[in-house]
Structures are given as C-alpha cells and as structure tokens.
Design a binder for this molecule. Structure first.
Ligand code: FAD
Length: 386
C-alpha cells in the first residue's frame, strides 16, 4: 500500500527517453522486412535512403509536428493587411513552414524518385500524423498524376514542373476541391461555373470543403456555362509573381473550418470570383478523370497514412503499458491488456503489409492510374468520395 506523498513524483521521463530515441525505420524490424519483401532488387538503395530520411522524420520533424498540433498553434485567417488590402493570408506557425519546405524538398514526385522510394518515404513522414503535411502530399500526388496525363499547354506544363522538380528551389503543393455544400460527394451536382472569357477559362462560385488551402494549386471541378457535365481544372492560388505580393487569383477564403481532428491542416470555404483556371482532359469527363486518377491516388495514400499512424500509435501504447503500473503490476501483464495489444499490433502489421501490397499492385499498372473512361460503367457509379 502507498503512503501519502504531497509532491507526486509521477512522470513520463522513462517513456519519453525511449520514445525520443526511437528511429521509425532503423528500430522497426517488421517495417524493414515488409520493405525488403516488396522492393526486391531495389531494396539496397531504398534501405539506405530510408535510413537517411528516418533521421529527420523520427526526430526533427516529429518535434515540429508536435508543436504545430498544439491548439494555440492552429492556422487562422488574416483577411486584410494593415493597409486594407484583401490578402486572405493563412497564418501558420513557423515550424510548419520550415518542415513543409524540408518535406517537399525531398521531391517525392520527381522522375528521379522511384515509386517504391516515394512510398517508403511517405510512410515514414506519415508517422507524424497529419502535421499539415500528409493531406498536401497526397493531394500533390493526385495533381501530378492528372497533369502527367493532361498537361498540354505552357502553363500546365510549368505547374507540373513546379510540383515535380520545383522552380527556383521551391517545390509546389497541390490541393483538390470537388465537394460543394449542396452535393457533398455527389460531384455531378456541382454548381461552380466555368466561363470562357477570351482565351481564358475563369471560375465563379463556392467550394465548401477545401483542405490544404495554403496550397499553390488545386484540382477543381466545375461546369462549363450552359453544360450539365463536370470538367476538371487546375487553378493556381496566385498567378505567377503574385504570391509574394499576396494577391490571390480572384479567390477569397471565407473562413477556416473548426475541426475536431487534423486541425493543424487548414480546411476552408472559398469563393471563386473569376479565378483563372486551366482545363485538363475532356471537358465532359471531369468526374471520371478526377475519380480515376486523383481520388484513387489519394485513397491509396490515405491507406498508407492510416497504416503509418497505426504503427506509431500501437508501438507507443505498447511501450507505455510496459511502464505504467496499476494495482502493483505493470498493466502489460493484465490478460485483457495483453489481448488488446496483441489485436492492435496484428491489425497494425496487417494494414502496413496490405498498404504496401495494394500500392505495389497499382504501381505495376501499365501507364499508371487511368481515368476509367474505357469502361461501359456509368460515370455516376464511381462517385463515392466518402
Ligand atoms: C475535414 C474535411 C476535409 C475535407 N476536405 C475536402 C477537400 O479538400 N476537398 C473536397 O473536395 N472535399 C473535402 N471534404 C469533403 C468530403 O469529401 C465530403 O465530406 C464527402 O465527400 C461527403 O460529402 P458530405 O459530407 O456532403 O456527405 P454526403 O455526400 O451528403 O453523404 C452523406 C452520407 O450519405 C451516404 N452516401 C452518399 N453518397 C453515397 C454513395 N455514392 N454510396 C453510398 N452511400 C452514400 C453516406 O452514408 C454518407 O456518409 C472534406 C470533408 C471534411 C470533413
């Protein structure tokens, strides 16, 4: 039995000492095994690169991710500057701007990064949760996939270059805005209008759920005036040269939504007031190409992200249970805790293995992800964004 002790000595130091020294890759034999199994003759190179990236993800970026997740550091809007110019600046903590630059400088979507290496690096980065990085990475992957299929003008090729290799040392970030207040996952019910003015397309209307609002470019669905079919566009957040001046591309950000989770990532409501947009692909097949390329890529990566989040959560829960005492025993010795941990660990390992397997199958597809235009399936059948 314990005696009273007014200066409660309980602390987390032992757990933190272990946690702060844990390398997401070097200290995880299961992950190494999975990667070795799937990457075949590329394993040696991937192992070397994973060890390097893990040094950043497991320590420096982990600490930054923790800082930006604190409620007082969540992003907020500054609509006007001190001299009454509408700027719609998304104010984010310094740590995320540094971490984001470092993560995107890995050039995960460059031609020089193999698809396995990209996957492994993403898995390690994703162990830090959303961190205002996971969704933007996923969205950029989708935007790159779309542009690789449909970039056919100087502007769209520049955007592709910006997202893949970077321009002047800056690698661009993508987003995807499809859903609207009235339709949600029913994208064919979109009301945002695209109007051809001279040789430019311009967008008018509101998008209700716009994550990664700080991105440089967004894939946006809209209907050309007079048509009931949805087209896909890429929309720059700022036209060239205007980002530094904080002059947005005829777009206003109404508000950042209050969210219970992933609050470090801005999700906003935005209005297009004649934003310049570049069409991608057939103008009547926007839903099919976005569902086939952008959403499929993001759903694959969401699976990988969940696997990475689970791996870290289970690892830390298990370790903590070995240190936490109740009724004079480590709780890791109670049979129900043992059973629960075993179940969680099993689910986590299965999810990681499955994520690598499914991604591996997709990466073998000839020509990458396709837009699903070849089948007889009605376009409306492919709509579940949920
Ligand atoms: C935090 C957050 C961030 C988001 N970020 C983005 C973003 O960046 N870009 C973007 O475009 N959207 C974004 N969304 C919107 C998200 O994609 C929609 O919430 C989603 O598409 C569902 O739309 P809805 O909420 O209007 O629900 P609804 O479409 O109204 O669906 C409600 C329910 O109806 C059922 N349902 C609807 N359609 C089907 C179907 N085809 N088959 C079976 N059941 C169905 C499901 O039970 C579903 O849960 C975000 C949402 C959230 C919450």
């Amino acid at each position: 039995m314990t005696q009273p002790e007014r200066n409660n000595p309980y602390n987390f130091d032992e757990f933190l000492k272990w946690r702060n020294g844990f390398d997401f890759y070097a200290d995880d034999p299961f992950l190494q095994q999975v990667i070795k199994y799937y990457t075949g003759d590329k394993w040696h190179e991937i192992d070397t690169e994973a060890r390097k990236l893990s040094q950043k993800a497991s320590f420096r970026w982990r600490d930054m991710a923790e800082t930006i997740a604190r409620p007082e550091n969540h992003p907020f809007m500054r609509h006007y500057d001190a001299h009454n110019h509408r700027i719609d600046r998304i104010v984010r903590p310094h740590e995320i701007e540094v971490m984001e630059k470092e993560v995107f400088s890995e050039r995960l979507f460059s031609d020089k990064t193999s698809s396995w290496l990209r996957l492994v690096k993403m898995y390690l980065i994703y162990q830090n949760g959303e961190a205002c990085t996971s969704c933007p990475l996923t969205c950029t992957e989708g935007l790159v996939g779309l542009l690789e299929n449909y970039a056919d003008s100087f502007e769209t090729r520049q955007i592709l270059q910006h997202c893949k290799e970077g321009i002047a040392g800056e690698v661009a970030i993508g987003a995807q805005y499809l859903s609207e207040i009235q339709g949600g996952s029913d994208v064919p019910a979109n009301l945002v209008e695209a109007v051809q003015e001279g040789d430019q397309w311009k967008l008018y209307g509101t998008k209700f759920f716009c994550s990664a609002t700080h991105a440089d470019y967004a894939v946006v669905t809209a209907k050309p005036a007079g048509s009931d079919k949805v087209a896909a566009f890429v929309v720059p957040s700022w036209m060239p040269g205007n980002k530094e001046k904080e002059i947005r591309n005829n777009t206003t950000i109404e508000r950042i939504k209050w969210k219970m989770g992933t609050s470090e990532l801005p999700t906003a409501e935005i209005t297009y007031n004649g934003a310049v947009a570049y069409p991608l692909g057939p103008m009547d097949k926007g839903v099919a190409i976005v569902a086939g390329i952008v959403l499929t890529a993001s759903r694959l990566t969401v699976g990988l992200n969940s696997a990475a989040n689970m791996a870290r959560s289970v690892r830390e829960a298990k370790k903590y249970s070995e240190m936490r005492e109740a009724f004079g025993l480590n709780i890791s010795r109670f049979p129900m805790v043992v059973g629960k941990m075993r179940k969680l660990e099993h689910a986590s390992k299965r999810t990681t293995a499955a994520a690598f397997k499914v991604y591996g199958e997709f990466s073998k597809l000839d020509g990458g992800l396709q837009q699903g235009l070849q089948t007889d399936e009605p376009v409306d059948a492919a709509l579940a964004l949920v």
